[in-house]
Write a protein that binds this ligand. Structure first.
Ligand SMILES: C[S@@+](CC[C@H](N)C(=O)[O-])C[C@H]1O[C@@H](n2cnc3c(N)ncnc32)[C@H](O)[C@@H]1O
Length: 310
């Protein structure tokens, strides 16, 4: 379908790989947990004229943007404003042949002046769901230094987490993302950086993960996924951060070994493995995709197939 006014600018990552991994050309019912600009949703719908998609996003702006064109697909597409941690409740009695989660934020969110980008002069918000929770400004300007340190450490900032937390507390309060980025860039760590990635990039990512409880959301999604997938169905997850990739890989490996897990949509538990890891190594974008869409460079796709006799 062609791009219409009001369409999102986000470019879906590893679109063909996702459509193929979920077997969308064969037809089925899919859950897109992270609708965003709707690129993956469209790819899944276009792969087979009988496909149906239920798509969730915790960001109401993404859902509103999607509603402008969702009508083209009639009843084949349902959009729901919900975090994916609430997927099991949000989708009621549907069960899916394939589930996708493309984690992190969209290019649209980055460009909306909400404090996700270093360049934002007005906001330091970073909430994906603007209707609830603490903003990044509230957190950075009032949390004890130790809490900021823990958020940075959990978000993968590494050995500089303590020094950066101290810098932030020294320079606060911050009103905008640009002020926060400047404080990090102006610090000793910003000046003598060793890695190619600027410390402010990693700090912004860690703060965003904390503000949106992103690791907790992934844990809850993976808790509930087996309950909403059909026997033989697949779960595909794209991450952009090594901490998240490890959480996904570990959970999938655990599902593959014997254990006790929720194993079908009635919530019965299985005392055995519940499926198999489809790709031992994460699937990554091709060089061609990375040069066309540099935002895809750190993406990792992992796929799990649930047993057909759960
Ligand atoms: C990388 S974008 C997805 C892009 C999308 N696949 C596309 O092709 O346009 C991530 C989206 O997931 C949403 N999101 C992130 N965490 C979420 C969560 N826990 N629950 C629901 N949506 C979430 C964000 O608001 C954002 O719109």
């Amino acid at each position: 379908m062609s791009k219409a006014a009001g369409d999102a600018v986000h470019v879906p990552v590893m679109l063909n790989e996702v459509v193929q991994a979920l077997g969308a050309a064969e037809g089925g019912m899919f859950l897109d947990c992270t609708f965003g600009g709707g690129g993956h949703t469209k790819g899944l719908l276009d792969a087979n004229p009988n496909n149906m998609v239920v798509a969730l996003d915790r960001d109401s702006r993404a859902i509103e943007r999607g509603r402008r064109w969702a009508g083209r697909y009639g009843e084949r597409l349902e959009l729901i404003h919900s975090p994916f941690s609430g997927a099991a409740q949000a989708v009621s009695l549907h069960v899916f042949d394939g589930i996708l989660a493309d984690l992190g934020m969209s290019t649209d969110q980055l460009m909306e002046g909400r404090g996700f980008s270093f360049a934002d002069q007005e906001a330091l918000d970073m909430r994906m769901d603007e209707s609830e929770g603490q903003t990044a400004a509230d957190f950075v300007n009032s949390a004890p230094e130790r809490e900021i340190f823990l958020a940075l450490a959990e978000g993968g900032v590494g050995k500089n987490a303590r020094a950066i937390a101290r810098t932030l507390v020294f320079h606060r309060p911050f009103k905008s993302a640009i002020e926060l980025a400047d404080a990090i860039k102006g610090s000793q760590l910003g000046k003598r950086r060793v890695s190619k990635v600027h410390p402010a990039t990693v700090v912004f990512q860690a703060l965003r993960m904390r503000i949106n409880n992103e690791l907790g959301e992934i844990e809850r999604l993976m808790e509930s996924a087996p309950a909403v997938v059909k026997p033989g169905g697949k779960l595909a997850i794209i991450t952009f951060h090594s901490v998240e990739d490890q959480a996904v890989a570990n959970r999938m490996r655990k599902w593959e070994s014997a254990g006790s897990y929720p194993a079908n949509w009635r919530g019965n538990r299985a005392e055995k493995r519940i499926g198999r890891v489809v790709n031992r190594k994460a699937i990554v974008p091709t060089e061609e995709e990375i040069s066309r869409n540099p935002a895809s460079r750190s993406a990792r796709l992992r796929v799990f197939q649930f047993e057909s006799n759960l």
